[in-house]
Each structure stands twice: as C-alpha cells, then as structure tokens.
Design a protein around this ligand. Structure first.
Ligand code: 3H9
Length: 685
C-alpha cells in the first residue's frame, strides 16, 4: 500500500508510503483519492496527511513522465481534497516538493518541522507545476513570491515559507502540531483557491521575465510558468487548471524536459563497475597535500563530510597560506548561512596544516593537490608512501598526468588512484575517479563511496591525457582555434557558443582560468603529438605576448579596468597573420557553422573516449560535460545531444569535414559502428 489510513477518535491520518522519497505515482494518487472518500464516509473532523520515513513527498513520480498519463490524475485528486467537506491538514517533514507541495496547497492548513523544505522545482525538470501550483500559490503568497518560487525552482526553508504565509506554523513535531490545531480555527480557514486572486501587475511580470532571462537563458519552462500565471490570473479555478495542465503535458514531452530528466536520473545512477564488489575502507583522517585553492577546497569538502583533515605543505609560508585559505572558505560558508558558528568551530577543530608528514601516520587516505608536474608528484608520492600506513590509499588530483606513471613512484601501485576534483572543489559536484591499470578495487570503492559522502557525482574513468573532461576540452579548444585562424574571431566564437547555451564561450572561459595552463600542457604533449596533425600556433603567440587572461589584464580580450571586457583587434590580427603565414585563404563562418564545428569535434572525441573504454557510458560523458564543463544542462549533456542530432547525420558531416583535414576530422570508429547498425550512442556500449 502506498497510502495507508488510520483513525484516532474523529481524526484521520493519511500516510504517504512510497520509499525512498514518497514520489506521487499512480498508487499514491489512487490511495489519496480513496482516502478522501474514506474520511467523508466516516464524517471525520479532519484529515492529517503526512509522509512515511521523515519525508512528505518529493513530487510526481518522474519515472512515469515518459508514458501517457493514467487516471486518476493528480489535479483531480487534489481537487477532491480541496473540495472535501472534511478539512485536510498537511504535516510536512523532510521535503514537500512539486506535486508534494501541491498536495499541501490543496490542504486547508500546512504545518512544517523547522528543517523541512517546501518548493516547486518542476522547472528544473523542464516542466511547470501541473496540479494546481500555478493556480493556488498566487492566492496564498501573492504574485511576486509565486513567480519567484515557481520560475526559480528553489525550495524554501520552513521559516521562509512561514514568513510569506505559505504555511501556518512550524512545529518540531508537525503531526502533533496538525493534531493540535483548534477545530474552530480550522473550520474558518478559506481554501487556497477561494482566496482573492492577486492583482495582475504588468511590472511584476516584466521583472520576473527579466530575472528568468538572466538566470535560465534558453530554458522554456520558467518562461512558460510565468505565461501561465499571467494568462490564468483571475480566471475561474477550473479554467486555470485546464490551461496549466495542458502546458504541463506539452512541456513534459518536450526535448528540454526529456534532457533534464535524463540528467536527473543519470546523476543519481552513477555506479561502480559491476565486477567491483569489495567493501570500502574506513576513513577518519585524510591527508591533503598542498593548501592552494584546490587543496583547501578539497580539505573543506572533507571537513564538511565529518572527516579529520591535515594539509601537508612544504614550508611555513605554505602552512600559513593553507590555514588562511581554509579559514576563508569557512568564513564564507558562515556568511552565506550554510553553516553556523558551532559548525564552523567543529570543522576547524578537525583541521590542521603542517609541514610534518609524521602527523598523518594514521591517515588512511591522502589526496595530493600539488603542482601539476610529474617530477613533483613522484616526490610527493614517495614521501606519502613512507608517512602513511602501508595500506593507505594514495590519490592524485591531477587533471592531465598519467596516473600509472605516478603509481610507479611507490612500491605498491595498487594503492594509487586519481581523484580529479573541479575548482572550487567544495562546490563543484563532479569528481572524475581515475582508475589506473593497477588500482585496487578497495581504492576504487573507497574513493567512490567517499565521493557520494561528499555529495558529489563520481564518474569512474580510465587513464588518458586529460581523462574524459579535459580531453574533450582540449579538442574543443583546438577546434575553436582552427575556426578562429581560418576565418573567425574569439568573440564571434564565444557568442555562437553562448547562443547554444553555454554560460560563456571557450575564449572567455580561458581568460578566466589563464592561458598558461593549457600552454604548459601543449609543451608536455610536444613529444607525443602526431607530427602530421595540424598545429594552431595562435595560443602560443598569446603566451609569448604575455596575454595570459584576466590575471594579466589581457588575454583573448582586454580588461582595461580590471573587470570590463573589450574585444582586442591585436588578437584578431593574430588569426589573420597566422593564416597568412600558413597560406590559408580565410573564410567567413556564420554562427551555425562555428557551433557545428565545435560540437562535432567534441562529439567525435567523446565517441573515441567511449570506444577506448576511458568512459564507461554515454551518460557518464553527459555528466562530465554538464557538471564540469558548462555544457547546457537542458540539452542533456554532449552524448544525449549527439543522439538527438542522429548519428548518421553526424557521420555524414564529419566525413565532409574530412576533405579539409583528414586527421583532425577522422571519424570515430564508434560513430561509424552506430551509424552502420542504426543504433544510438547511448546503446553502443
Ligand atoms: C512534479 O511534481 C510535477 C507536478 O507538479 C505535477 C504532476 C501532475 N520521481 O535525490 P536522491 C528517486 S515534477 C521519481 O538520491 P536525496 C531518485 O531517482 C517533480 N524518482 O535522494 C533516487 O532513486 P534511486 C518535482 C525520484 O535524499 C531516490 O529517489 N520534484 C524522484 O539526495 C533518492 O533520490 C522534484 O523535482 C521523483 N520526483 O534527495 C524533486 N525524486 O535510489 C526531485 C527522487 O533509484 N527530487 N527520486 O537512485 C529531489 O530533489 C531529491 O530526490 C530529494 C531527495 C531532495 C527529494
């Protein structure tokens, strides 16, 4: 039973019981509808609806969204609750999200526990509330609040919900609170839909639309939510609900919603390889080598997960810097209300920075975040081998270097693994877990489990230059530089990719991170680069000119006053000059051609990565590109997008590009196979 009922005197208790998150699937809808009739037959004085397992309800069951809707539909169930002569009260623990919040809105009163959250995250799944959220919420909390809550998708704390009148009370025991509501008081509460509709202020709608275009460019659902509220405000509830439902169903079947659902489930479905069945090692104390931006971010993420952390540095100045970095992250978290003073103090009490390797003699994991040089890494790993217990796991946060080479610096390479965090490491959700040739199962399981504990998305990858993410990034940049040299400019390329949905184009992004990192990588790759492959020298020229990005006041763009950005004609001339030296007749690419080349280059590289077994699934590549590299979420990730284009079309386009450059545009064998077999990339491995 997904919904159970019980009676205590003349009060009915209706419990939603659909583990793990009480998603509102068919059986819950049926159960709730039956409960309405049950309470009416018994002429109960009130019904208290709550969720089992400390969770009210996480919303409609999104797994049902790929199939045609089945009766009873949630809006009808909620209308029955709303119109019942037995008043319902929602006792909210955990979360009431989406359809869960809509159940609560259909109730006469809502009581929350202090730590519970309520909200409408539907837009993050590419839809709008489809069971009365857009209709009832404006009556309860007003127009501006509703627009912000529904188009922003961010859940509210109990206190914030109380402050705007969305709920009636906060109680440590919401069930008890709902039980204690005075019967007369309950009888006087006007149902949400009968409250007066707010005034349709055009300025409020204009503000909400502006906000959405800034925060969610390219996404349809937030805009459609605003449209629906604007169109239906003041209409009779049945008419409003019908418009809302129609829009919800239309969006549910849209490409954006399918892409967002794909990512929602992929994010929660990252798994270890099936043959890895060992238990995780126990972690209490973790050593982090290097207290720079990356090391201190990693340290803070570990502290957040309740671990004891020691940062190892080379000298006193390094120790001071590590202390300052970690303290400043703690202070920033405190300021943003993410932790309280007690939380800050307990984290700092578990933290230490030192030059003394003997202080990590009981650490069962070390994460090295030192300078990106094989020589440095080998020295560090040899020192860690001496300092930590013989079975401790030794991880490197390298972004590009060969984990197998690093492993050869210690006598037992099975202990060594890559943990590629993304900056800022305490915020970014992606973690590439790099399995070396010798990496033991226990090292893999322990790091994967740690990643989940850190609430990150762990993607297991194999060893190659740049692993999954940076290898695709390198090809993206190479394709961009080629387009630039052969006829475009950094700003036209950036604009084309922003139009596609990236928050920033490749040149703006590189100016932020600095051109020197990629330059160092190119020098490292000189020895192994295919001499036949066309080399685009513009980025090297930039470094020679000292244009390293924002930090030097000039990169692909100029930053005359430190912040404002202007196009730089000298940079544009570099492209013209290099094309002239290489005897290339430049062409004028339009935005579609630019996008096509950059995206095809990435898709082809990613297909090779899948073909070589570096990534284990297309969905893993989707997660890496979205959560580490800014690929637009609502396009579902690089491979999901590729499948939406169709592999045969992709192959045809790549084959055409081969006429220009047979090496750079060599078609991946995996794409050829998919096209020949008529299968999608996601089904290829
Ligand atoms: C909606 O409500 C539309 C209505 O307006 C109109 C309808 C007509 N459906 O995240 P976790 C699964 S749209 C199906 O790891 P946490 C999830 O896949 C919906 N399954 O846990 C995972 O499965 P598995 C609006 C769902 O504690 C398991 O539950 N609601 C759903 O870190 C645990 O999930 C939302 O957008 C779902 N709705 O976080 C809320 N939700 O174990 C989406 C979760 O097999 N959900 N699952 O991998 C969340 O934000 C988080 O899951 C939540 C728990 C905060 C609830």
């Amino acid at each position: 039973m997904s919904v159970t009922t019980r009676q205590e005197n003349n009060v009915g208790f209706v419990e939603i019981d659909n583990a793990p998150v009480n998603a509102i699937g068919l059986s819950v809808r049926q159960g709730l509808l039956e409960a309405v009739g049950w309470a009416e037959r018994l002429m109960l004085e009130r019904v208290i609806v709550h969720g089992r397992g400390g969770m009210f309800a996480a919303g409609a069951d999104a797994r049902e969204f790929d199939a045609p809707p089945v009766e009873p539909h949630l809006p009808d169930v909620l209308n029955a609750i709303d119109k019942s002569f037995v008043p319902w009260v929602a006792a909210i623990d955990g979360v009431a999200l989406g359809g869960g919040a809509e159940i609560a809105l259909a109730c006469r009163m809502r009581i929350m526990t202090p730590s519970a959250r309520i909200g409408f995250p539907e837009v993050t799944l590419g839809v709008i509330p489809g069971a009365g959220g857009t209709q009832r919420l404006p009556h309860v909390v007003g127009l501006a609040n509703s627009l912000e809550i529904i188009s922003g998708g961010k859940p509210l704390t109990a206190q914030a919900a109380l402050d705007i009148g969305l709920i009636h009370d906060i109680d440590d025991d919401a069930l008890h609170g709902a039980f204690m509501v005075n019967t007369e008081e309950l009888g006087c509460v006007v149902p949400a839909q009968d409250l007066p509709a707010p005034v349709a202020d055009p300025e409020v709608f204009a503000r909400a639309r502006k906000q959405v275009s800034l925060k969610s460019p390219g996404q349809h659902a937030p805009r459609r939510a605003i449209d629906v509220i604007e169109t239906t405000i003041g209409l009779p509830i049945d008419e409003g609900l019908a418009i809302e439902r129609q829009t919800f169903l239309e969006l549910r079947d849209s490409d954006q919603a399918k892409s967002l659902r794909h990512l929602f489930f992929a994010e929660r479905n990252t798994k270890l390889p099936a043959d890895v069945v060992t238990d995780s090692a126990e972690l209490v104390h973790v050593a982090v080598v290097g207290g720079g931006t990356m090391g201190s971010g990693i340290a803070y993420a570990l502290l957040n997960a309740g671990l004891t952390v020691t940062i190892l540095e080379t000298d006193d100045a390094g120790v001071q810097r590590a202390n300052a970095n970690v303290n400043s992250i703690v202070e920033a978290s405190l300021k943003r209300g993410l932790i309280d003073r007690l939380g800050a103090d307990t984290r700092l009490a578990r933290f230490n920075a030192t030059t003394n390797y003997s202080s990590v003699s009981d650490a069962t994991l070390a994460i090295e975040a030192a300078f990106e040089s094989m020589d440095v890494k080998r020295v560090v790993f040899a020192a860690l081998e001496k300092a930590l217990p013989a079975d401790a796991i030794l991880a490197s946060n390298t972004s590009y270097l060969d984990v197998n080479d690093i492993a050869s610096a210690v006598s037992d390479p099975t202990r060594v693994i890559g943990l590629h965090f993304f900056a800022p490491a305490h915020i970014m959700k992606l973690l590439e877990v790099v399995r070396g040739d010798e990496t033991s199962d226990i090292a893999l399981v322990t790091c994967f489990t740690l990643a989940k504990r850190l609430r990150k998305i762990p993607v297991t990858v194999g060893v190659c230059d740049g692993f999954v993410g940076n290898r695709i990034l390198a090809r993206y940049r190479e394709a961009a530089d080629t387009v630039f040299m052969d006829g475009s400019t950094p700003w036209d390329i950036d604009e084309a990719m922003v139009e596609f949905g990236y928050a920033m184009g490749p040149y703006t992004a590189q100016d932020l991170s600095g051109l020197d990192i990629a330059h160092a990588n190119r020098r490292r790759q000189d020895a192994t680069r295919d001499p036949e492959r066309r080399y685009i020298p513009i980025a090297d020229r930039m470094v020679e000119l000292g244009k390293l990005g924002r930090k030097t006041g000039a990169g692909w763009y100029r930053y005359p006053d430190g912040t404002g950005r202007v196009d730089d004609p000298i940079v544009a001339d570099l492209g013209i000059e290099e094309a002239h030296f290489a005897g290339i007749k430049r062409v004028d690419y339009d935005a579609d051609e630019i996008r096509e080349r950059l995206l095809l280059a990435m898709i082809n590289e990613a297909a090779d990565i899948l073909h070589e077994g570096i990534a284990r699934s297309a969905a893993d590549i989707d997660l890496v590109t979205v959560f580490g590299y800014g690929f637009p979420r609502w396009r579902g990730g690089l491979m999901h997008y590729a499948d939406s284009l169709g592999v045969s079309d992709i192959v045809l386009k790549l084959q055409k590009l081969q006429n220009e450059d047979g090496i750079a545009w060599r078609v991946s064998p995996l794409l050829m196979r998919c096209a020949e077999q008529g299968i999608k990339i996601r089904d290829a491995v």
